[in-house]
Design a protein around this ligand. Structure first.
Ligand SMILES: [Zn+2]
Length: 417
């Protein structure tokens, strides 16, 4: 394994701090070392400090000169739907003409078009498309992604998607955290209760026996799975040892946040419609909110989740892309940082904490990734800027220069590799 000495980061953004998700003013503490450096051995960070101090400890390490640029942990994207077939270009164009979701669905679009294409795709075809998406994430400076199933909606198709994730993990240098989201929608061929039965009695046992997922998620929304149905699915998953996440309060405030608190979920995601009571419930139960401003933006909505209230209430906020073909076709965490600052009034520092260390804790990986500290995996990115705030400021400008996973350079834009 290679040993590296990273030198001359204008800002080494360590995110060093308490060994738990960050709340309140901690979200603004990035632990920046100016003209910073790191020693890396066997894929892990051994030492972090000013370049002058790191240089004294260099022996035979390969030198990586950051050249006065920002060095940060790789982004951790805690909510994506990375495995799907095709795209939703026709829906996108219809929406741009002002058509409603109902009109688009009638014309053969919406989630069904993705389910049909994903069911029809073979495992190798899905893997090829997933690899393309995975490389987009690396190019955006993301080194870990949570990935949900949910475009199969039959036992075999959901398992197929989860197996593609497992294979993807072997073939790309992006770390994949798999989540079972069989309850993404009710398939046309079954009633909601019939499908719920399939999810609980057939899918969940297979998923856990084959160890295909770490988390279980559910789309809790009017017309999808109501509070009672969501509770049944999540309770069954919990009994089988899965940790829980949930799509809640996106379109209506149905009490989804309170359900996630009641059931002891790790995260409650979306929360565009969540009110003060929901926020208080999340706080009481220590549930991390995962905010997805990319989907609000791409749907042309203006109702962003109340990030400031959540931070003031002491919640350990997470930001993610919600990468999916329908409502958030972006793998770019930089775009999400921009939206968080301009639309949700988070500071650039809060947004960075929410998309690295807090996201890592929400995936039960806070002890391994999300910070640049001795003992952590050497997953880091050199960005072509001098100040971390530039990542949220220059929107639409790709600033990823080089990406390292476990000390290996997996992407380098400086020499066209
Ligand atoms: Zn989602």
């Amino acid at each position: 394994m290679t040993s590296l000495a990273v030198l001359h980061a204008s800002q080494l953004v360590t995110l060093s701090g308490p060994k738990r998700p960050r709340v309140g003013t901690e979200l603004s503490a990035l632990g920046i070392i100016r003209d910073g450096g790191m020693l890396i051995r066997d894929g892990k960070i051994e030492r972090v400090g000013p370049t002058a101090e790191i240089e004294k400890n260099v022996s035979d390490e390969e030198i990586v000169d950051a050249g006065g640029r920002v060095v940060m942990p790789g982004f951790v994207d805690a909510h994506t739907h990375l495995v799907f077939a095709g795209n939703r270009l026709d829906d996108f164009e219809r929406r741009s003409r002002g058509e409603t979701y109902e009109q688009i669905a009638k014309a053969g679009g919406g989630i069904w078009s993705t389910v049909e294409k994903t069911r029809a795709a073979s495992e190798p075809d899905l893997l090829t498309q997933a690899k393309k998406h995975a490389n987009w994430f690396l190019r955006c400076g993301t080194t870990t992604v949570e990935v949900k199933s949910g475009y199969g909606l039959t036992v075999e198709d959901e398992l197929k998607i989860l197996r593609v994730m497992r294979q993807l993990k072997e073939e790309v240098r992006l770390e994949i955290v798999p989540t079972f989201l069989g309850a993404h929608a009710v398939p046309r061929e079954l009633s909601p209760d019939e499908y719920l039965d399939v999810v609980v009695t057939e899918m969940l046992p297979r998923v856990t026996t084959e160890k295909l997922a770490e988390f279980c998620d559910v789309f809790c929304e009017r017309g999808y799975f109501d509070i009672d149905q969501s509770r049944k699915i999540l309770s069954a998953a919990k009994k089988l040892g899965l940790s829980l996440r949930g799509h809640v309060d996106q379109l209506t405030n149905s009490g989804g946040a309170k359900l996630m608190a009641e059931i002891g979920a790790t995260t409650a995601d979306h929360l565009e419609q969540t009110d003060g009571q929901g926020i208080a419930a999340l706080k009481k139960a220590n549930v991390q909110p995962v905010l997805l401003p990319g989907s609000v933006y791409a749907l042309g909505s203006s109702r962003y989740p109340r990030a400031r209230e959540m931070i003031e209430a002491g919640l350990a906020v997470v930001l993610a892309t919600d990468f999916n073909p329908g409502s958030s076709p972006t793998p770019s965490m930089q775009m999400v940082l921009s939206l968080a600052c301009t639309q949700m009034k988070m500071s650039p520092a809060e947004a960075i904490t929410a998309s690295t260390v807090n996201a890592a804790y929400s995936l039960n990986r806070g002890d391994k990734i999300g910070c640049l500290e001795p003992g952590k995996l050497a997953n880091f990115v050199i960005f072509d800027c001098q100040d971390y705030r530039e990542l949220a400021y220059w929107f639409g400008v790709p600033q990823t220069l080089a990406v390292y996973v476990c000390g290996d350079c997996v992407l380098n834009n400086s020499d066209g590799r």
